[in-house]
Design a binder for this molecule. Structure first.
Ligand code: MSP
Length: 530
């Protein structure tokens, strides 16, 4: 059975407000998923929501709802959010689903039987807001805890612990030998630095059910529920277990897939790319590999760590009122403009800064004047001068298009999305300059230049077609619109179609329609909530 190319995102806290940060991560993963599909791979793209924990239990109670009813409502919003972003997800996992819980319990039973867990007393200061015990390092110089931790109380509990200490040496070695494991390299170096300079403390992986009932019960001790992070990380393998992944099913000691009956089992694990934000690197680059190793499972090939978005130069916060609402931006400017801006503006790794001005300016310069103008004027001229009929093939821009295509493909394979958009932008600029240089509107006035006009029109129309193929992972509906205007059926969703000469002479194109209408007049604020 073939293994699918498996991509995952972090699973969002169901009770959070979907904002540009969540949207960015999901769009980046979607572009990678579409790119790999377009390159001919069988892909599985998973996203999801993280539903357990104290905050959910408390907020549900405050709203007079059961936690499950509360989560059901919110999960529906997150599902709609994924659709709004035009994500080509294959599944959306919820940590309250039986398929997840069954596999989490199987994993816990395995770890328990393998001697990876032990029980011990814990005494410490607990932040309810952060759902974590604080350490001495969290104290401020005056001995108090930062108000960002919310209410901090001293607790004594007996809990289950997951042994981490004994794993430190091999993990350091693994990171050293696999520089591709945590990307970009700066993040991998941070993780290595942390592991070399600190002794890992075993991880408390339970909460007494008396204090927190909204979690997955331990299969061997129902007085406890599973720590929300331990439960959440496992989603990346519980989903494969639901689809009958042979490696995962075997390692969890399951007898059958935990999901609904499936026609054909899928092999997904190990994940090829796991996309996460910089704040959750420790969970994914330290705890997660150790959990997998303890379960006898291979590690994911790559953890791709992105930076955080600020808005107008500041951390996004409700009180400042600068939270960028992606839904509002999409309703006003279209989903592809949003997908384009976040990917073009920020490379994967550093932090980014959303500005309304930056968004408007890229929209006009690169979408309206760039690809929009190129497609519009190429097809309008073909219509005006040749009734929309594609002339004889000519190869003047073929080499430039081939160069851009090869470079873009290499960049997509290397997860370099911003550079790929720069490459594609280069081809758009070249084609726009070609119009200015060859001046088809002048050629059209001189009957002696009819052949030259044919040549120019072929080069432009064919370049538009190739651009549709290259842009498809980034802006799928725009790419389809370009195809439709070219009179082609279906979606430009296969990279195979980048070979020059796809448009055959005599083919009739359709009417051009503006892809990204200019919106220069009224000063609107695209993202900021009023
Ligand atoms: N539920 C955990 C993840 C569990 S994964 C097994 C969680 N959820 S979250 O909703 O807080 O964050 C989800 C993702 O969104 C994380 O990867 C996080 O880094 C990302 N972002 C949240 N705010 C962000 C920005 N302002 N900018 C970019 N991404 C950010 O953590």
């Amino acid at each position: 059975m073939n293994k699918r190319f498996y991509l995952t995102t972090a699973i969002d806290y169901v009770n959070g407000q979907p904002h540009i940060g969540h949207a960015y991560e999901k769009v980046v993963t979607d572009i990678l998923a579409r790119a790999h599909r377009s390159l001919g791979e069988e892909v599985f793209f998973l996203t999801g929501v993280d539903e357990h924990g104290q905050k959910v239990q408390q907020t549900a109670a405050a709203n007079g709802k059961t936690p499950q009813a509360y989560c059901d409502e919110l999960a529906a919003l997150w599902r709609a959010f994924a659709q709004k972003l035009d994500l080509s997800v294959d599944d959306l996992i919820r940590t309250t689903q039986p398929r997840h819980q069954l596999a989490v319990q199987a994993a816990l039973a395995r770890l328990h039987a393998g001697g990876h867990l032990y029980q011990a007393e814990y005494r410490g200061f607990y932040s309810t807001k952060e759902e974590t015990f604080l350490t001495e390092k969290d104290r401020r110089p005056d001995g108090t805890f930062d108000p960002s931790f919310g209410e901090v109380t001293e607790l004594v509990e007996h809990n289950y612990y997951f042994r981490l200490k004994s794993h430190q040496a091999w993990l350091i070695e693994y990171l050293e030998q696999h520089p591709e494991f945590v990307q970009p390299l700066s993040r991998r170096n941070e993780v290595l630095g942390f592991l070399k300079n600190n002794e890992l403390e075993d991880l408390c992986i339970t909460r007494p059910a008396a204090r927190l009932s909204w979690g997955i019960p331990l299969p061997f001790d129902p007085a406890y529920v599973t720590y929300v992070w331990f439960d959440a990380l496992l989603n990346y393998i519980t989903l494969p277990a639901a689809y009958g992944d042979e490696t995962v099913i075997k390692s969890l000691g399951l007898e059958a897939p935990t999901g609904d009956a499936i026609a054909q089992p899928l092999n997904l694990w190990p994940a090829d790319i796991q996309v996460i934000g910089k704040d959750i690197v420790k969970f994914h680059a330290v705890y997660w590999p150790i959990m997998l190793r303890a379960l006898g499972l291979p590690l994911p090939k790559t953890l791709l760590v992105h930076g955080w978005w600020q808005s107008e130069g500041q951390k996004m916060s409700k009180s400042i009122g600068n939270v960028v609402d992606p839904i509002k931006v999409i309703d006003e400017w279209g989903v592809d403009a949003f997908r384009f801006y976040v990917t073009r503006e920020l490379s994967i790794g550093p932090d980014g800064n959303w500005t309304d001005e930056g968004f408007r300016s890229r929209y006009h310069a690169e979408l309206a004047n760039g690809i929009g103008n190129l497609v519009n004027r190429s097809l309008s001229m073909l219509k005006r001068y040749r009734q929309g009929v594609v002339p004889a093939r000519h190869d003047e821009l073929a080499a430039a298009a081939a160069r851009a295509a090869t470079e873009t493909i290499g960049q997509l394979r290397a997860c370099e999305l911003q550079p790929a958009l720069v490459t594609i932008g280069g081809l758009i600029a070249q084609a726009n300059q070609y119009v200015d240089r060859t001046a088809p509107f002048k050629l059209a006035k001189d009957p002696a230049q009819a052949t030259r006009l044919d040549e120019v029109l072929y080069n432009l129309t064919e370049t538009c077609r190739i651009l549709a193929v290259l842009l498809w992972p980034f802006m799928p509906s725009t790419a389809v619109k370009i195809y439709t205007q070219l009179g082609l059926v279906g979606a430009p969703d296969k990279m195979d179609a980048i070979t020059w000469g796809g448009l055959v002479p005599g083919h009739v194109t359709s009417d051009p329609v503006a892809l990204f209408p200019r919106k220069d007049q009224p000063p609107v604020k695209p993202g900021v909530k009023k």
